[in-house]
Ligand binder design. Structure first.
Ligand code: A2P
Length: 312
């Protein structure tokens, strides 16, 4: 029989179709687990939080990444792997690198969600207004997506928050929120009749669950954004985390992060290594209820950074 190009095309389609079927079948039978996300690349799915924040639930944190080309390249790598949500701050000194990596990516600005923060020294109404505009200009990507107060500075935080409200009206930022706030700080905002913050970014992981604060935020419709969701790698060797990871066929880091997602948190893992950035983005494997309970039992008040939620 003479082989025509039609035969060749039909043959190729058959091979590709079989390959796709096998890939799908083997991944289903291997894991046999449900997926929280429709897409493999979970960060591209935007989570519509109660506060209306349209945010990719896995963000890339750039804390302690020094200014310069190495950081810009690490961010570029993260973008190429699929991260679209980047969390920076004036304090980190790398807003310019974040903006540069986004511009270099050539991707539409609208694909990204960028958070930056007003550092404590810049709090107070006028300084906050000025500092926000400086941050926006350093980023150089148009309006900031989410602008938050880095911490509840005593005596200044309400004026700073009023400035955020104004900055949102001015179009400097799309959303406003807070970070490291305890219930007492959030109550101040509520009592003043000011708009509810879109988020409270706090340290959260199985070893620091802040249940009362989390329940308060959920009641008020304030999205919870978890920083140091890996507890700065200090507890990845914990026996129970390792056991759960082994039973589910994933890594301890994936267990910690997926625990946060299943609690409804946005998670901000930080890694300078491409293979870990990839691993931290692949959180498809669902943790069953009984394994979530094992992780819930790990609460131990482990604060790996600072704890301004207790400030007066
Ligand atoms: P590295 O940057 O060398 O990858 P957190 O996000 O809680 O602040 O934790 C950050 C720490 O966790 C960094 O030390 C980072 O190291 C490490 N880390 C990030 N991802 C992983 C991972 N998938 N496995 C192990 N360690 C990780």
């Amino acid at each position: 029989m003479k082989l025509t190009s039609l035969h060749f095309i039909l043959f190729s389609v058959g091979i590709v179709g079989t390959a796709i079927f096998l890939a799908l079948f083997s991944s289903t039978s291997r894991s046999g687990r449900k997926s929280l996300f429709q897409e493999e690349n979970t960060t591209k799915v935007k989570m519509q939080t109660l506060s209306g924040l349209p945010v990719p639930p896995i963000g890339y944190g750039v804390f302690r990444m020094d200014p310069g080309a190495a950081t810009r390249d690490a961010i570029s790598t993260a973008i190429s792997i699929g991260y679209r949500h980047i969390d920076t701050a004036k304090l980190y000194g790398n807003e310019a690198e974040v903006g540069e990596a986004i511009r270099l990516s050539g991707l539409p600005r609208g694909e990204f969600f960028v958070t930056t923060k007003i550092w404590n020294d810049d709090q107070g109404y006028d300084r906050t207004i000025a500092a926000a505009k400086e941050s926006r200009d350093r980023l150089g990507i148009g309006p900031i997506d989410l602008l938050i107060l880095h911490a509840p500075v005593v005596g200044k935080r309400l004026d700073s928050y009023r400035a955020l409200v104004e900055l949102q009206k001015l179009g400097v930022t799309r959303f406003i929120g807070v970070s490291n706030y305890g219930i007492q700080h959030l109550e101040e905002i509520r009592v003043q009749g000011l708009p509810t913050p879109a988020c409270n970014q706090i340290e959260l992981h199985p070893f620091l669950q802040r249940r009362e604060l989390v329940a308060y935020c959920e009641r008020q419709g304030i999205a919870l954004v978890a920083y140091s969701p890996l507890a700065k790698a200090k507890a990845l060797g914990d026996a129970k985390v390792v056991e759960v990871a082994t039973r589910l066929g994933v890594t301890p880091a994936q267990v910690m992060l997926r625990w946060g997602l299943q609690k409804g948190f946005v998670v901000l893992p930080k890694s300078t290594r491409a293979e870990r950035q990839r691993e931290n983005l692949d959180l498809r494997v669902e943790i069953p209820t009984h394994e979530m309970e094992v992780l819930d039992s790990l609460e131990s008040g482990l604060v790996t950074g600072w704890d301004p939620t207790v400030w007066k």
